[in-house]
Ligand binder design. Structure first.
Ligand SMILES: [Zn+2]
Length: 220
């Protein structure tokens, strides 16, 4: 009853935007918001991308270096603190920015070891990885007993922690980039660890609440 009354007050009395209960699509303007950049298996990273973003170095709790776009890092730190205090879940950065040259090295190594077919199945083509943007953050979990949950299969199995994580990411401008059941749209299997910063919590909520992908949001 209390909840209903609050909703009534919010709908009819409160003019603030944060209380808007609309499901209308927030305005999309990729030119004004570079964080909406679409990089996937069909859309290559723009050649001048590195001139448009500010990449900085950071270190996770076990002193591994990561390069991340500066605003995405600020947002990640907010998300990390929120999850620690509100959910008692500790997330850390795993794989973040990857240069085109690094992707080429990975492609060449896997190609010579396992063959082209393997690369095409499991790797992004060089120049087409979202990790080239600095806005894609792969995370892992450290448990209270100091155990790392970092293996892909273990992370997919840890549905409890990832449900908590995913419930907060939009507040900080992140979306789950490769959701379950959207493999045909994204071209990637479900990756609960791969967060993508899009710079706008309102748009992030719209995408997450409607179970959209970035492709569906930009092209609908
Ligand atoms: Zn990733």
């Amino acid at each position: 009853m209390k909840k209903l009354f609050s909703l009534f007050l919010c709908l009819f009395l409160c003019p603030c935007l944060s209380c808007a209960h609309t499901e209308d699509k927030p305005v999309t303007n990729v030119n004004e918001n570079p964080y909406l950049i679409l990089v996937n298996k069909q859309n290559k990273l723009p050649d001048d991308w590195l001139n448009r973003v500010d990449l900085i170095s950071t270190r996770n709790i076990i002193d591994e270096e990561n390069i991340v776009e500066s605003h995405a890092l600020i947002a990640f730190n907010g998300l990390r603190t929120c999850l620690l205090y509100e959910e008692e879940v500790q997330i850390e950065l795993d794989s973040t920015y990857r240069s085109v040259e690094q992707q080429q090295e990975i492609w060449d190594y896997w190609g010579s070891t396992y063959g082209l077919e393997y690369c095409e199945k499991y790797l992004s083509p060089v120049g087409y990885s979202e990790h080239h943007t600095g806005l894609a953050l792969d995370i892992f979990i450290i448990t209270k007993d100091n155990v790392e949950i970092r293996d892909n299969d273990e992370m997919i199995a840890d549905t409890t922690d990832f449900a908590k994580i995913h419930s907060h990411i939009a507040d900080y401008g992140f979306i789950l980039r490769y959701p379950e059941g959207k493999e045909d749209v994204t071209g990637y299997d479900y990756e609960p660890w791969h967060l993508r910063y899009i710079g706008n919590p309102e748009i992030a909520h719209y995408i997450m609440d409607n179970n959209f992908t970035l492709e569906e949001y930009l092209l609908q």
